[in-house]
Design a binder for this molecule. Sequence first.
Ligand SMILES: Nc1ncnc2c1ncn2[C@@H]1O[C@H](COP(=O)(O)OP(=O)(O)OP(=O)(O)O)[C@@H](O)[C@H]1O
Ligand SMILES: [Mg+2]
Length: 418
Amino acid sequence: MSVSCGIDFGTTNSAAGVCVHDNCPKLLLLEGENVTIPSALFFDTKTNSVYFGRTAAEMYLMGEDGRYMRSLKRILGTELMGYHTQVGKQVLKFDKIISLFLTNIKNKLDIQAKTNVEHAVIGRPVHFRTNDIEGDKRAQNELEAIAKSIGFKHIEFQYEPIAAAFAHEEKLTSEKLACIIDIGGGTSDFTVIRLGPKLKYKTDRKNDILANSGIMIGGNDFDKRFSISSFMPILGRKTTYGPKLLTVPSSIYFELSEWSKINGAYASKNIAEAEEILSMSHSPGIYRRLLEVLYNNLGHKLLNTVENAKMSLTQQNHLEIQLDFLSDCPSVSLCKPMFEDAIMKDVHQIDVTLNECLTAAQIKPEQIELTILTGGSTQIELIQKQVTKKFPNAQIADTDKLSSVGLGLAYDAKRRFG
Ligand SMILES: Nc1ncnc2c1ncn2[C@@H]1O[C@H](COP(=O)(O)OP(=O)(O)OP(=O)(O)O)[C@@H](O)[C@H]1O
Ligand SMILES: [Mg+2]
């Protein structure tokens, strides 16, 4: 076997590495000069074509007519996988939609590797789903079936944080007891592992991996919390209607705050219900904006604004945003503590899961010599501060936060198939 690959199908971004003959594994260019591609698709209704990654996001944000989808990894293992859904002019099952996205990556892989690559190590979170063993198995089986359907013949899986560890191990000059903290868009995953320049040549690393843990909380959940607390009130959340001063239904605001559920929010029954409530609303000027979002399919645009605000608040403490896609252009004042308050409970759950990993490894935080922070959500200051405090004796490794898993999977592919 001379060519193999590693594929990191992420909730938000995907990356892939290729290993040709004895050469050093390298990352593939997946979209122009970029080694990552947003895990997003846009089905254009006018031309009946499908676009991927940044192009898909641009098409949607430019207002092209069609359906935008992201966070599909979160659907793996759920009952939605068996459903059909309207995309552009076609009706497709979710596994077909994921396979379209992965085929785009496989095509790039085959072109850059100059062969039909059949051997792949695919990344997976420690748990696709929380407290759902069956769903977790189903998710991996579904991903494996999709990978087979697009031409991979020999498929193995690896935990994403272990892959990130392998990518970083290449740079180590001495042995270290490391803790990998991978907080992405969909999940938070942890591994305690021994890494080192000699250990990397071992074919079996089982004894070096002390423990893994993971939970289905990630950047998508932070977006959701921030959206609900700071943005949905602008669309009338918690306002009242009717003679009994009832609070408007909240479920629609939750749907609009979850990437994988936004399209469902536009259902005609939701619109009919909102129209009826508007006629009795005590804050019609505010509640009307909810209908504007539903009529014009603006949910992704709004959640995109929330996500951008979240990212800006890693650089700055205050932010003023004008929602100029709504007709009365409401503005929202945000500050870092508002965001941190919104995600506090999730961050606590993540910390509990990290502690479970240390306990299972029978390691005290003070013993950890190296922490490897990967995944886009580790850029959040609150998380970085907690990690620094928790591991007082650890050096913090600088990795490429969005592509280290893809590269590490290719190193693993070289070890397994090479
Ligand atoms: N500067 C930033 N501040 C806060 N969050 C960020 C920042 N940059 C990226 N993110 C978040 O990181 C997440 C994406 O990270 P990443 O690409 O590592 O996830 P993923 O690998 O696709 O997901 P997963 O591994 O969970 O399936 C998104 O939720 C994104 O909003
Ligand atoms: Mg990831």
